[in-house]
Ligand binder design. Structure first.
Ligand SMILES: N=NNCCOCCOc1ccc(-c2cn(C[C@@H]3NC[C@@H](O)[C@H]3O)nn2)cc1
Length: 448
């Protein structure tokens, strides 16, 4: 038996997002988001699943908070649905939407749980997408107006703020690969979206500072760690491109005030350029306080001219995979956290980490041993990272409960709690009780 003791002030939590759990899509004055539209577009989402009901957390949040309290977490990451706050994107404020989130945040605080608020977790008001989306400065300015409404409303209640979740997914998965909403497949559009959201991020941070809002603010990139299939320079360069597009493309502008030139040049070869306007990079590089890092898996990549714009092909190395097909390899988290040190030993929270394991109820229990094994491996790496002196301050498991996994609909289950999407009954899985024990002890026991 090996014991890994965590720091006394280490934060333990779980994470969700508005469109994935709330439901009540036509209630409370909520407007239409790009995911409502995308989900209703034939062929885009498995089974045509949408977020109309989801986990119905809009109505059942007190039950969810009771599960969080029983789990023993002290931190809960959630996102605000912009379409609940300003239904048409940049028009009238919907008081009913603000009141819902006040009730929710107050209930979290009453339960002794620190809210970790994400402003944008992919549910853009459709009206703004119709007018050009993140590539149009109207959307950038509308985001700042929305952010300032939330800052003003929740300052004093919220101490941890994130502007954007997974900017690579918002820009490239959704606008170059077309896999997520709005489903564009155009490199220039993706680069325009990435730049727009970065300017929006910087302007929101400037507002946060100017308004004297409580707490710390940052952004949450997702990680795409990759190691070369061979020792060839070509394969290493292919890995560098994959890693950098998820991380450096966003963190270089924020921490250095400029894009990674080798990728700018790579995209220029493909005929795509970054639409930088005077003053943009100064805005984007407004200093932040923390980073959220979302890690799921890593790849072994090789250069392949046929493998998309980046010409970086992920090889199937025969590793154990989760049920969504992602290799289980916790080593990439350790390697990435050291890679991240090039931006300084900044405060980092793992804001998402978890496994898609689609076990179902058997005799009233869900024996998700594979999920427990995934968490054991990744928490052991977390301990190793902390032991190396890296400022990793907390960990949020993705996810509290099974929810709407975007284009995969409800078939892919990441939760510590099982959700029956017909009855909406929640059932803690064996991994929930395992995580409860880790939190209670503040240590990890690795079975020999
Ligand atoms: N990276 N290169 N890929 C090249 C080609 O990929 C094809 C498929 O791509 C991807 C990549 C990444 C994801 C993904 C999903 N989640 C889980 C959510 N995170 C935020 C939260 O809402 C969770 O639901 N995180 N990441 C999906 C599909």
């Amino acid at each position: 038996m090996t014991i890994f003791q965590f720091p006394q002030d280490f934060r333990w939590g779980t994470a969700t997002a508005s469109y994935q759990i709330e439901g009540a899509a036509q209630e409370g004055g909520r407007g239409v988001s790009i995911w409502d539209t995308f989900a209703r577009t034939p062929g885009k989402v498995f089974n045509g699943d949408n977020g109309d009901v989801a986990c119905d957390s809009y109505h059942r949040y007190e039950e969810d908070i009771a599960l969080m309290k029983k789990l023993g977490i002290n931190t809960y990451r959630f996102s605000i649905a912009w379409p609940r706050i300003i239904p048409d994107g940049d028009g009238e404020i919907n008081r009913e939407g603000l009141d819902f989130y006040h009730r929710f945040v107050d209930a979290l605080l009453d339960a002794g749980i620190e809210p970790f608020l994400t402003l944008y977790h992919w549910d853009l008001p459709q009206t703004l997408e119709d007018d050009g989306g993140w590539g149009n400065r109207r959307t950038v300015n509308a985001f700042v107006k929305y952010a300032e409404v939330i800052f003003k409303e929740f300052s004093g209640k919220i101490n941890f703020w994130l502007t954007f979740n997974e900017p690579w997914c918002i820009a490239f998965l959704s606008n170059m690969l077309g896999i997520h909403a709005p489903g564009n497949k155009d490199v220039q559009t993706a680069i325009n979206v990435a730049h727009g959201l970065l300017v929006a991020h910087g302007k929101a941070v400037q507002s946060f500072r100017r308004m004297g809002i409580t707490g710390q603010i940052g952004i949450a990139p997702n990680v795409c760690w990759a190691e070369p299939y061979s020792k060839s320079a070509e394969d290493q360069a292919a890995c560098d491109r994959s890693i950098a597009l998820n991380t450096d493309w966003f963190l270089d502008p924020i921490y250095k005030g400029s894009y990674p030139q080798f990728l700018v040049d790579w995209f220029a070869e493909a005929g795509a350029t970054v639409p930088i306007q005077d003053g943009d990079m100064e805005i984007i590089s407004e200093p932040i306080d923390l980073l959220g890092i979302n890690y799921y898996t890593m790849g072994i990549n090789r250069h392949n001219p046929e493998a998309g714009v980046l010409q970086s092909e992920e090889m199937n190395m025969g590793l154990i995979k989760t049920d969504i097909g992602w290799p289980v390899e916790s080593r990439g988290l350790y390697e990435f956290m050291h890679y991240l040190q090039k931006y300084g030993n900044v405060d980092v929270y793992i804001t998402e980490n978890g496994a898609c394991i689609n076990d179902d109820l058997e005799n009233g229990k869900i024996n998700d041993d594979r999920r427990i094994s995934y968490y054991e491996q990744h928490l052991a790496q977390i301990h190793r990272i902390i032991n190396d002196g890296i400022n990793l301050k907390g960990y949020m498991a993705w996810s509290l409960m099974d929810n709407y996994e975007w284009a995969e609909g409800y078939r892919m289950r990441f939760g510590l709690v099982h959700v029956d999407f017909r009855s909406l009954v929640r059932t803690p899985k064996e991994s929930y009780y395992w995580y409860q024990n880790v939190i209670r002890n503040n240590w990890l026991e690795i079975r020999n």
